[in-house]
Design a protein around this ligand. Structure first.
Ligand SMILES: [Fe+2]
Length: 332
């Protein structure tokens, strides 16, 4: 039974759709949980597997006292309705609750009856922390962008949350004013929004990109900026996003800006972006250790990266021992 579930889940993962994964059967018992979700929930597979998630989380009740379901995975198993990227606050046994972006899928048996429900979980705690710092309309626009990125390419969604957590940590470490921290956070979240227009074959290609494919990828900062600048209040954000792949030595793209001509939040973003890409597990390369990534940043200071921001970033990561609670990105 378990092998069968793993095989079917692996099929979905192979389509690049999932991160933290939980599968329950029609008795609401967990039959599969992956390492990424065990890490996010601070539990071991042994203490979770073959147990009812209703008993673990909700005293055996499928629904709350108000009549709504406890969570989307339970609702999917009970009604067959599937959910795409909905925000859910999950209470954890013996720890603080956390916000997740949850998508669910129903697997049916050969007779068409519901057999398993699969939940995909992305932690969005930082995102929720900043939610009240924007007006409702702008927040909804940012959320729409996030969902668009997440639905197309979950690496980008998870990477965006990680980059946002890094840049917030860095700006707070530098004791910047709250308005700069918020702007940096938003830049982290939406910096790759221009990837919406790029095909999944290129985004999820398991091997090295061809020159032509790389040219397509290189268009994403300008595309992202063009999308963002449609909203008047996002003009500054759009320019930060436009220049997040510039290099300090002027050899970057799209404009070949050099040194301090590059917006300074873009210069911070470049370092956070590179650090997360180096330390996260992606489908086509092994992750670097924290120390290896810092050595790489140090060696590229003055070339790819702003040297003074690089120094501060390295101090910041060493001081927090690389422990920022970032989400691991699982490999296919
Ligand atoms: Fe990018």
């Amino acid at each position: 039974m378990k092998k069968d579930v793993r095989y079917r889940v692996a099929e979905i993962i192979d389509k690049g759709l999932l991160h933290g994964v939980l599968v329950i059967n029609n008795e609401f018992k967990s039959v599969f949980i992956n390492d990424a979700l065990c890490n996010m929930w601070h539990i071991s597979e042994e203490e979770f597997i073959n147990k009812s998630i209703l008993d673990i989380f909700y005293n055996g009740n499928k629904k709350k006292s108000c009549g709504s379901y406890q969570g989307p995975l339970i609702e999917t198993m009970d009604t067959g309705e599937q959910f795409s990227a909905c925000e859910v606050y999950l209470n954890m046994p013996s720890q603080e609750g956390k916000w997740f972006l949850v998508s669910t899928f129903l697997l049916r048996d050969e007779n068409g009856l519901p057999e398993f429900a699969v939940g995909n979980y992305i932690m969005i705690d930082k995102f929720k922390m900043f939610e009240n710092k924007l007006n409702v309309v702008n927040m909804n626009i940012i959320k729409a962008f996030c969902k668009a990125i997440g639905v197309r390419d979950l690496y980008t969604m998870q990477h965006s949350e990680n980059v946002a957590a890094l840049i917030v940590g860095l700006t707070e470490y530098m004791k910047l004013p709250a308005s700069e921290v918020t702007m940096a956070y938003l830049a982290g979240i939406v910096h790759d929004v221009g990837k919406i227009g790029i095909s999944e074959e290129i985004l999820n290609k398991p091997s090295r990109l061809t020159d032509v494919e790389y040219e397509v990828i290189k268009r994403h900062p300008s595309k992202g900026a063009d999308i963002l600048k449609e909203v008047e209040e996002f003009a500054t954000l759009a320019e930060i996003v436009r220049h997040h792949h510039e290099r300090y030595d002027g050899k970057g793209y799209p404009s070949g800006l050099q040194g301090e001509n590059i917006p300074w939040i873009s210069r911070m973003l470049t370092i956070c972006d590179a650090y997360d890409a180096m330390t996260s597990l992606r489908c086509y390369c092994e992750p670097h250790s924290v120390e290896e990534a810092l050595i790489e940043i140090e060696s590229c200071a003055g070339k790819q990266f702003d040297p003074s921001i690089s120094n501060v970033f390295i101090d910041f990561i060493r001081e927090c021992n690389g422990d920022l609670g970032l989400n691991a990105v699982i490999s296919t």
